[in-house]
Design a protein around this ligand. Structure first.
Ligand SMILES: *[C@@H]1O[C@H](CO)[C@@H](O)[C@H](O)[C@H]1NC(C)=O
Ligand SMILES: *[C@@H]1O[C@H](CO)[C@@H](O)[C@H](O)[C@H]1NC(C)=O
Ligand SMILES: *[C@@H]1O[C@H](CO)[C@@H](O)[C@H](O)[C@H]1NC(C)=O
Ligand SMILES: *[C@@H]1O[C@H](CO)[C@@H](O)[C@H](O)[C@H]1NC(C)=O
Ligand SMILES: *[C@@H]1O[C@H](CO)[C@@H](O)[C@H](O)[C@H]1NC(C)=O
Ligand SMILES: *[C@@H]1O[C@H](CO)[C@@H](O)[C@H](O)[C@H]1NC(C)=O
Ligand SMILES: *[C@@H]1O[C@H](CO)[C@@H](O)[C@H](O)[C@H]1NC(C)=O
Ligand SMILES: *[C@@H]1O[C@H](CO)[C@@H](O)[C@H](O)[C@H]1NC(C)=O
Ligand SMILES: *[C@@H]1O[C@H](CO)[C@@H](O)[C@H](O)[C@H]1NC(C)=O
Ligand SMILES: *[C@@H]1O[C@H](CO)[C@@H](O)[C@H](O)[C@H]1NC(C)=O
Ligand SMILES: *[C@@H]1O[C@H](CO)[C@@H](O)[C@H](O)[C@H]1NC(C)=O
Ligand SMILES: *[C@@H]1O[C@H](CO)[C@@H](O)[C@H](O)[C@H]1NC(C)=O
Length: 681
């Protein structure tokens, strides 16, 4: 083994020496690269027009004869236009060649490098269109994704570049149909056109390209129906986020190797075809957000590869299929947003492969029995039941156990009762969302002992009592941890309704470390110890009955981005130390009884009146101007004087009245102005 390693290292060293011996750049290729460089609006680090050896330039790889074989120029902040300023051969011939002739170099572009195998220009700022004639006879990989290219998808790929294997054009502004010339991409293995404006149909011949394994057409303007009648080698097919319609054809037997199929967010209707319900190859099936209907009739004895099933936001009806646990590898299920009814089938109690279950917005019954059943799913890590139950009691059986559960979300179900004791045993829990229910009682102190909890949302309930001090000791919030911000193994996102209540969860959102206890009846102080939670990003305590001062220790919350203490009974001043919170972008203490001067500086200079209004005793330099406040004070004083005058004997009243009138003439116009201005603020 060691000898072998030594040997291969030796070979590596030898071959690099060899490459160095032959590092002199081919003169033709050198001209092309200089041309490319000169046309660029930005410079590429260490590409110099007077260094003859382009093989030394960053991102350029030459073969042993000095011919350029690879261009790796991803993420170099390059700005330029490959066709107009650089020109492809034919275009420049028809234009005036003088510019190029004067420079003494032939007008050729990187799309004519005879030995180029890899062209990676991804994640730059290139613009303009691609040439129609592409003469890269040796090319294998082209990646121009994530730029600002526009115009039609170049038909030149594959015509002369018959060996091209990977073509990535995603995240640009390409439009037009998929060119018919792609029919001849006989070596193509991976085609990606994601996130463009490609129109027309999905041509059937793409499915038949003999080597094509991965076809990704997500997020375009494709229309019509899918068709295929000949066997296809495709393993990965994504047509999501288009305008495809009609039934999904019963053609999945023509895709014997298809493992990933995503067609979410189109206008498909009808049932899931028989050949898909019986597919032996599908591992991931994503049909979310269409108009599929009928009952979900997967044949789990056939679907032996199925791991992930997302049928959310369709019009499926009937019961939750009780045979799902017999799909041997099924781990992830999202059936939310359908018109499913009934309760979680008994059979789920033996669903040992189940990891993620989301049944948001299904009309389910009997949360108590559902949890009894689901606790037997020993691998369950994520359980999302938003808006699925209606007005039931929060199950209180202290013996419920979910040893591996990391995410529990049962918001928006009008659940009554108290926060249950069994949560105590959820030691792996990271996300707990019980918001928008009708829970009463106080917040149990044991929540603060949950080792892994980083996201707690108990907002919009009827909770009362003090905030347990234990919440200021949540272990995973005590230390900075950038990873807790990521959604990592939670494949879920949150969609909020009009009034901010959680309707459903699904893929991809980030869960910043959060404590949201807003809209309850919590009393008592805001503990100074909240300052311990240096990993907290969001603290929302608005709309409660909290009293006392705002602790200056909150200035220790160095990660905090949103701090809302509005609509409480807080008194005292706003601690100046809060101006140290450099990440704070949302802040409110509105509608309390705070007094004094609003601190200035730091992020505080970015907050508007709405962050502070409703505190009669509060004024500041930038907002709720103290001068204005003083003037309204002065008016109040004047009114006092007026009253005093009226109560004075007439003769003194006359004299003072005269002075008073002069005073009014001088002062009133200005106060009127400021009062008018108030209306426009
Ligand atoms: C440069 O290109 C010309 C024309 O294709 C060819 O005749 C010549 O051999 C090439 N030079 C090198 C060094 O490859
Ligand atoms: C390349 O040109 C720059 C100025 O454009 C000059 O400073 C540098 O010395 C030149 N390098 C070589 C190797 O000629
Ligand atoms: C250019 O940069 C690359 C990588 O940064 C380096 O390997 C190479 O030696 C540099 N070439 C010159 C001529 O400075
Ligand atoms: C270096 O390249 C030349 C052609 O440019 C070739 O004749 C020679 O054999 C190469 N040397 C080695 C050691 O490969
Ligand atoms: C083309 O370039 C020549 C100089 O080489 C110049 O005299 C002529 O006016 C140019 N023509 C156009 C249309 O720009
Ligand atoms: C293919 O190559 C030939 C010869 O170099 C060239 O004339 C033709 O324009 C090329 N076609 C495309 C589509 O690039
Ligand atoms: C595909 O290639 C064949 C043979 O080279 C050619 O006859 C045909 O026109 C090409 N098809 C398209 C759509 O370009
Ligand atoms: C499916 O894949 C296998 C190998 O994994 C391959 O032998 C077979 O030809 C493929 N079937 C089709 C129709 O492409
Ligand atoms: C849901 O299904 C029930 C019967 O199963 C039906 O009465 C009801 O109208 C459906 N609701 C929607 C929104 O389709
Ligand atoms: C449960 O999860 C563990 C770890 O992720 C995994 O090794 C095991 O295979 C899973 N059990 C089932 C039945 O899928
Ligand atoms: C859960 O599993 C236990 C044994 O592991 C069994 O006794 C119990 O009946 C099961 N519960 C349900 C609802 O199936
Ligand atoms: C906040 O930081 C100050 C100064 O570092 C420290 O004295 C205080 O104890 C901290 N408070 C909390 C609650 O961590």
């Amino acid at each position: 083994m060691n000898v072998f390693c030594l040997f291969s290292t030796l070979i590596l060293i030898l071959s690099s020496v060899q490459a160095q011996l032959n590092s002199s750049c081919n003169s033709n290729d050198s001209i092309v690269l200089q041309h490319f460089m000169n046309a660029m609006e930005t410079s590429i680090s260490n590409w110099t027009s007077n260094s003859s050896n382009c093989c030394d330039w960053e991102g350029v790889t030459c073969d042993y004869t000095g011919k350029v074989v690879k261009l790796h120029l991803s993420k170099k902040k390059l700005v330029g236009n490959l066709i107009d300023s650089l020109g492809d051969l034919d275009q420049l011939k028809t234009l005036n060649l003088s510019r190029n002739l004067l420079k003494g170099i032939p007008p050729i572009s990187i799309f004519h490098l005879p030995n180029l195998q890899v062209l990676d220009l991804s994640a730059n700022e290139f613009s303009g269109s691609l040439p129609d004639t592409i003469n890269l006879p040796s090319i294998q990989l082209v990646d121009v994704s994530d730029n600002n290219f526009e115009g039609p998808v170049s038909s030149g790929f594959c015509v002369n570049s018959t060996g091209i294997r990977v073509l990535k054009l995603g995240v640009n502004y390409f439009d037009g149909d998929i060119p018919s010339e792609f029919e001849n991409c006989s070596m193509l293995e991976h085609l990606c056109l994601d996130a463009n404006f490609v129109t027309g149909i999905v041509p059937e011949y793409l499915f038949r390209l003999p080597r094509l394994l991965k076809l990704s057409l997500q997020d375009n303007v494709l229309t019509g129906q899918l068709r295929n009648s000949y066997p296809s080698n495709l393993v990965y097919l994504d047509v999501s986020l288009n305008y495809l319609s009609g039934n999904l054809p019963d053609f999945f037997h023509t895709f014997p190797n298809l493992s990933f199929f995503a067609a979410h967010s189109n206008s498909f209707s009808g049932g899931i075809p028989f050949s898909l319900l019986n597919s032996r190859s599908i591992s991931s099936l994503v049909l979310r957000n269409n108009s599929f209907s009928g009952s979900i009739g997967l044949n789990c004895s056939a679907m032996v590869k199925l791991e992930s099933l997302d049928l959310g936001d369709n019009e499926f009806t009937g019961d939750i299929p009780s045979n799902l646990p017999s799909c041997p590898l099924l781990k992830t299920i999202d059936l939310g947003g359908n018109n499913l009814t009934g309760q979680i089938p008994e059979s789920f109690s033996s669903f040992s492969s189940l990891c993620y279950l989301s049944l948001s917005m299904c009309n389910l019954k009997n949360l108590s029995v559902s949890l009894q059943i689901l606790q037997n799913c020993t691998n369950l890590t994520t359980l999302v039941l938003s808006k699925s139950f209606d007005n039931e009691e929060m199950p209180s059986d202290a013996n419920l156990q979910f040893k591996k559960l990391k995410t529990l979300a049962i918001p928006n179900c009008k659940l009554t009762g108290v926060i249950p004791v069994w949560l105590n045993g959820l030691t792996k829990l990271r996300i707990l969302d019980l918001s928008w229910n009708e829970l009463t009682g106080s917040i149990p102190p044991f929540l603060g002992k949950l080792q892994s909890l980083v996201y707690l949302d108990l907002s919009n309930n009827y909770l009362n009592g003090e905030i347990p001090k234990s919440l200021t000791q949540l272990p995973d919030l005590l230390f900075h941890d950038n990873s807790s911000e990521l959604s990592v193994d939670f494949p879920i996102f949150m969609r909020r309704g009009m009034n901010g209540n959680v309707l459903r969860y699904s893929y991809g959102i980030r869960f910043p470390p959060t404590l949201d206890l807003s809209n309850n009846f919590l009393t008592g102080p805001i503990w100074a110890e909240f300052g311990n939670l240096v990993n907290l990003h969001v603290l929302n305590l608005k709309y409660n009955e909290l009293s006392g001062n705002i602790p200056s220790d909150l200035a220790n919350l160095t990660s905090i981005e949103a701090l809302d203490l509005s609509h409480n009974d807080l008194t005292g001043e706003i601690p100046v130390s809060l101006t140290r919170l450099g990440m704070l972008s949302k802040f409110s203490v509105a509608y309390n009884n705070l007094i004094g001067i609003i601190p200035s500086g730091g992020q505080f200079s970015t907050f508007s009146v709405s962050s502070f209004e409703g505190n009669p005793g509060l004024c500041g330099e930038f907002v709720l101007s103290c001068v204005k406040n003083q003037e309204s004070l002065r008016i109040r004083e004047l009114e006092d004087v007026e009253e005093a005058i009226i109560s004075l004997p007439v003769w003194t009243g006359f004299a003072i009245g005269f002075i008073f009138a002069v005073f009014l003439l001088l002062v009133l116009p200005r106060t009127r102005e400021t009062k008018d201005m108030d209306k426009f603020e």
